[in-house]
Design a protein around this ligand. Structure first.
Ligand code: AMP
Ligand code: GLY
Length: 432
């Protein structure tokens, strides 16, 4: 098949790499891609968010399938445009991407579908929002409705913190339009995990579970990032939970969207909170609650999940894009995977770019190295071009083996200022 992958991060490299490992040969393109995708696909110099330019490329090159990585082009309606051209596309239409783009919309859909999630109220008036705080107790969660680059959520431990967050969003307009509406939400206690559900708008297949590491420093300290590592499966998700997650969370959402005229195709990523044994029960009464939905593959979860998939991945993606998804389309190998993000010093704050990276080939001998923020320098060398630079994945018969292989790979790469967490998968190890 001729396939275009849209995006330029570790997620897109992992998608292109997995497709390159299919039993059938594909003609692969990546827009715009990075130095890593260039090894498995032809990079097309078109920005991932330039909907018009991607649609033009697709019209001229007529791919059999377009796989959209990031949320921004989905929210901007790339899949709507491609669908008009008759090109099968993996990813929801703009109306479906609102599950990620608007937390208020996601809550409405969940309420209508009876899906367990934190109780929440929506406000545009700061006085009313503050008056409601008492009802929620502490901690309490304050969220901007729209996309705010992962910074629009404040878990407030005190009323003063909650009030300051409300003022930031509704008075100071810190997030612009994204923060024009604010959710005050029940705090959910427990451990988080990610479930990437593949759907064709009707049928749903869950990919293996995973867990992300959002904070920059070991021990989950410091500011939030896009994700500093992941592993799959996540032992917090036990086998008995999977049917519940599928039948009580993902399927009802997909059905509710369909009822509203939205055929949701692609990945519905459920960020879930699993309540601790004997801990505080959520108001929903359920031990599994939705924290958020994303309209795409997670990053770096994808770099830990896709290496575990066998079979013909292109078939699964095409079937989801064309309404023919079946259980057998996803084949999971009996392997565990862990991925460690190698970042630029200073990330998630400011950092330098253009640092030459050495040891990539040697790292590739012991682990799979996905590029997140790299490009080719003037002399053809690979240089850093982002905060998250590499995602180094190890696979093994068990988590220890997988993590050791990932870190063995990390030990072989180096660039000026490189930084990474040393405790990826610590929660799983603590469980024993
Ligand atoms: P979100 O952007 O909705 O994924 O929120 C970012 C992070 O904030 C989540 O990954 C959680 O760690 C935390 N969070 C969001 N909502 C809640 C909640 N209701 N209770 C506890 N933590 C939350
Ligand atoms: N790893 C979190 C995300 O992709 O949103």
């Amino acid at each position: 098949m001729k396939i275009l992958v849209v995006g330029s991060g570790g997620r897109e490299h992992a998608i292109a790499w997995r497709l390159a490992n299919d039993p059938v040969r594909h003609e692969l393109y990546c827009a715009p891609g990075n130095a890593g995708t260039a090894a498995v696909a032809i990079n097309v110099p078109v920005g991932a968010e330039d909907v018009g330019a991607i649609a033009k490329w697709a019209r001229e090159n007529n791919p059999d399938l377009v796989v959209v990585g990031p949320e921004a082009p989905l929210v901007k309606g790339l899949v709507d445009e491609l669908t008009k051209l008759g090109i099968p596309s993996f990813g929801p239409v703009a109306a479906g991407a609102r599950m990620e783009g608007s937390k208020r919309f996601a809550k409405e859909v969940m309420r209508a579908a009876g899906v367990p999630t934190g109780m929440a109220e929506v406000f545009t008036d700061p006085v009313a929002a503050k008056a409601a705080l008492a009802k929620f107790g502490l901690p309490v969660v304050i969220k901007a409705d729209g996309l705010a680059a992962g910074k629009g959520v404040v878990v407030a431990e005190t009323a003063a913190e909650a009030e300051a967050a409300i003022d930031d969003m509704l008075v100071a307009n810190k997030f612009g339009a994204a923060g024009a509406e604010v959710l005050v939400e029940e705090f959910l206690d427990g451990e988080e995990c990610s479930i990437l559900a593949m759907t064709d708008g009707e049928n749903v297949v869950l990919l293996p579970s995973s867990q992300d590491h959002k904070r920059i420093f070991d021990g989950d300290k410091g500011p939030n990032t896009g994700g500093m590592g992941a592993y799959s499966p996540a032992p917090v998700v036990t086998a008995d939970m999977l049917p519940e997650i599928k039948d009580k969370i993902v399927v009802p959402v997909v059905r509710e969207l369909k009822k509203r005229g939205i055929v949701y195709r692609g990945i519905l990523y459920a960020g879930l909170m699993i309540a601790p044994q004997g801990g505080k029960v959520a108001l929903s009464g359920s031990r599994i609650n939705v924290v958020e939905f994303n309209a795409r593959f997670g990053d770096p979860e994808t770099e830990a999940v896709l290496p575990r998939l066998g079979g013909d991945f292109s078939k699964a993606l095409l079937h989801a894009a064309t309404g023919r998804l079946e259980d057998g389309d996803i084949v999971v190998k009996d392997e565990v995977a862990a991925t460690v993000i190698v970042a630029s010093g200073g990330y998630p704050g400011s950092y330098e770019k253009g640092k030459p990276i050495s040891g990539l080939e040697r790292a590739g001998e012991v682990a799979t190295v996905f590029h997140c923020g790299t490009k080719k320098g003037e002399n053809g060398e690979t240089v850093t071009s982002g905060g998250r630079v590499l995602s180094v994945t190890g696979c093994g018969a068990n988590l220890r083996e997988a993590v050791d292989r990932a870190y063995a790979g990390v030990a072989r790469v180096s660039f000026d200022g490189m930084f990474y967490r040393r405790d990826i998968a610590h929660r799983a190890f603590e469980r024993g």
